[in-house]
Design a protein around this ligand. Structure first.
Ligand SMILES: Cc1cc2nc3c(=O)[nH]c(=O)nc-3n(C[C@H](O)[C@H](O)[C@H](O)COP(=O)(O)O)c2cc1C
Length: 333
């Protein structure tokens, strides 16, 4: 074990919180707040950024925060710091999601380093993927990583794809005919300049024919991204699930989501989460039936090989100063 100074610990925690700015979040709401105090980094849920219509129970908010927590943990491990995490440590304060401290200093973890390098490259790619299937071995690795994070992955079988398509269609119909949902979607796809959040038009695609439709982020026709030549015929679909919808299940589910997306990115795959089918009760029942055993579906993930030539633009993030606050370290006497 190497010697560590208090300053080095604070610097590492601060870098970890900055890495977590890159985490995916529902509608790019980034519903989290980090506080760096002494040798401790805390993660809190920011309910002011919850989506009351799309996510009334805050499940997608917790998944998003879990993804941010995994980004922070991974960034620490990549530099050889062992993160010590207490999840939901105070029953009286449910918005305090995690307390992160540092254990031993060792050698940088090469896998964590690979995932950390994938963070700035990972994008939600809404374009159809190409016809080359995702290798079975990669899917098995992803399922194992998800399990190591305390969640589960159901790989959708070819005979289940029509049911998945039906659940996405039912969810889209229900949501787009709901005035409050439309207003929420409109608000998060037309954010004021410089807000650093929301879904920019350059990252959403017009609906195209594909086996499983994806969320239409601009039903009024403002999507700006060329869908390219893909068909999604080689795409793989996975349902991320847990045993219940308890906050801890969802937080760990979000950590598993981040582990999966970063590993897939490191393997050269394109990815896109899909949560509309879990946002509406009947499509969610269809997903649950697909699992073939006990479980609560958290989210669907589409994976595949990119068909389009063009790179996706980075999606904006809130400035670090808005998301990370820090209490100065007390001088040691
Ligand atoms: C819990 C959760 C739900 C999401 N649901 C969807 C979705 O239904 N459709 C979609 O295209 N993207 C979805 N996303 C991806 C976000 O829109 C995306 O992470 C965010 O816009 C930031 O963009 P980036 O992932 O390219 O960094 C979801 C992400 C999370 C974490």
């Amino acid at each position: 074990m190497m010697a560590t100074s208090a300053t080095a610990v604070r610097t590492a925690l601060s870098r970890a919180a900055r890495a977590a700015l890159l985490a995916p979040s529902v509608f790019n709401t980034q519903p989290w707040q980090w506080l760096l105090s002494g040798d401790t980094l805390t993660l809190r849920a920011d309910h002011s950024r919850q989506l009351p219509d799309t996510d009334p129970d805050g499940r997608l908010l917790l998944l998003s925060c879990g993804a941010a927590l995994h980004h922070a943990r991974t960034a620490l491990a990549a530099e050889g710091w062992t993160p010590v995490v207490r999840r939901l440590p105070d029953a009286a304060d449910p918005d305090l999601l995690a307390v992160v401290q540092i254990g031993e200093r060792g050698a940088p973890d090469p896998h964590a380093r690979t995932l950390t390098e994938a963070m700035p490259r990972r994008r939600t790619d809404r374009r159809p993927f190409d016809d080359v299937p995702v290798p079975r071995q990669t899917l098995t690795t992803l399922r194992r990583l998800v399990w190591l994070e305390g969640a589960y992955l159901h790989l959708v079988r070819p005979d289940q794809v029509p049911l998945l398509a039906a659940s996405e269609e039912l969810a889209a119909d229900a949501e787009t005919s709901d005035r409050d949902y439309r207003a929420e979607l409109d608000a998060w796809t037309h954010r004021p300049a410089g807000s650093g959040d929301g879904i920019p038009a350059e990252t959403s695609v017009h609906p195209t024919r594909r086996p499983v439709p994806v969320r239409d982020f601009d039903p009024d026709g403002g999507a700006d991204l060329d869908p390219g030549p893909g068909t999604d015929r080689g795409a793989a679909y996975a349902v991320l699930f847990g045993l219940a919808h308890r906050p801890l299940d969802l937080l760990r589910g979000g950590e598993a989501l981040s582990a999966l997306l970063l590993e897939a990115t490191a393997c050269g795959l394109a990815t896109a989460p899909l949560s509309d089918a879990v946002e509406v009760s009947w499509p969610r029942n269809l997903l649950r039936a697909m699992l073939g055993g006990p479980g609560e579906p958290f989210l669907v993930i589409r994976l595949g090989h990119r068909a389009a030539d063009s790179e996706l633009p980075p999606v904006p993030r809130r400035p670090a100063a808005e998301v990370i606050s820090s209490v100065p370290q007390l001088p040691i006497r």
